[in-house]
Ligand binder design. Structure first.
Ligand code: ATP
Ligand code: MN
Length: 149
């Protein structure tokens, strides 16, 4: 398989970062680009309580989240992916699984690498990983991570 683009979605948890060694060795072998994606979970569909706040404040909050996320993605790049010049950052807003699946199509990703669960870790298999694995049109490598406790 000719792997040119790898997508690594991250929720910024230390668990999700356990996919990094695998991604690193893959890119060293293949010279593939790493696309990193963080999805800000959308507040706008929570109409019930969203309506209680000024629309402008919510927009500001989302804008702040986007800036912070971009900064954190850059930090991960510097800290863990040095020597990987082909590193492309994406921040999206919405449902994580839906946005990950859209990014696979839009960026013409060849392979997705993600961990079995993320920041919540209530179950062995997280709901985002489950949805991506079930619906992805391209191969998905799931790195197994033990849940806490
Ligand atoms: P839950 O289903 O309760 O959220 P969880 O947080 O343990 O459980 P997931 O959310 O499925 O598990 O996280 C597993 C992986 O999914 C993460 O390591 C990451 O790759 C991806 N992921 C989850 N949330 C996001 C997000 N907001 N942005 C980008 N990737 C995400
Ligand atoms: Mn989660």
């Amino acid at each position: 398989m000719d792997v040119k683009k790898i997508l690594w979605p991250t929720d910024f948890s230390s668990t999700s970062q356990k996919a990094l060694p695998h991604i690193k060795s893959l890119t060293q072998q293949s010279g593939a680009e790493i696309h990193v994606l963080y999805v800000i979970e959308d507040l706008a569909h929570h109409d019930g309580w969203y309506g209680a706040f000024e629309e402008k404040r919510v927009r500001e909050l989302m804008e702040h989240a986007r800036k912070t996320a971009t900064k954190r993605l850059s930090q991960i790049c510097e800290k863990y992916l040095e020597g990987c010049p082909l590193y492309i950052k994406h921040v999206a807003v919405g449902d994580p699984a839906r946005e990950i699946l859209q990014a696979i199509d839009r960026e013409r990703v060849d392979l997705v690498v993600m961990t079995s669960h993320g920041e919540k870790g209530n179950f062995r298999f997280g709901s985002v990983t489950e949805k991506v694995l079930k619906h992805s049109p391209v191969p998905v490598t799931v790195i197994p991570v033990d849940p806490p406790r």
